[in-house]
Design a binder for this molecule. Structure first.
Ligand code: AMP
Length: 121
């Protein structure tokens, strides 16, 4: 599937749409989710045209893969949630209800987050 260059996160990366920025470096941008589902709800996206972790890890250069993963850890540290705990989530594809077709990792924190998924197979 080809990457949609007009998805909302691509437009945020190009500066066409504002975001509430938390962190930025050469490899990644992090910003507050517009509809937070926890007291802390931040999205971390790589700087590149990748829709999923699968195509990112298959196609991105090593420095971008390393830089993106490092950025996720840096943001978690910067948010001060390491001690209390946090959850990383990357919805991918239809069954996971991925809404924005640009790779993003959610960081949720700030309250007990409950079970990983609702019960059920
Ligand atoms: P997902 O279902 O994993 O694709 O989640 C996409 C997330 O992006 C949702 O939590 C949305 O609230 C969030 N979102 C959509 N548009 C924006 C935006 N312009 N700025 C910040 N977050 C957004």
């Amino acid at each position: 599937m080809s990457y949609d260059r007009d998805n909302i996160f691509a437009r945020i990366l190009r500066g066409e749409i504002p975001c509430n920025k938390v962190y930025e470096d050469d490899f990644a941008l992090a910003f507050h989710d517009i509809h937070p589902r926890a007291p802390v709800h931040v999205l971390v996206i790589p700087k590149g045209d990748y829709e999923s972790m699968a195509d990112f890890t298959a196609g991105a250069p090593d420095d971008l893969v390393a830089g993106y993963i490092r950025a996720i850890g840096t943001v978690a540290r910067q948010l001060g949630v390491e001690e209390s705990g946090y959850r990383l989530l990357a919805n991918t594809g239809a069954n996971a209800h991925q809404e924005v077709p640009h790779l993003h990792v959610h960081i949720f924190a700030g309250r007990p987050l409950g079970a990983m998924l609702p019960p059920g197979k």
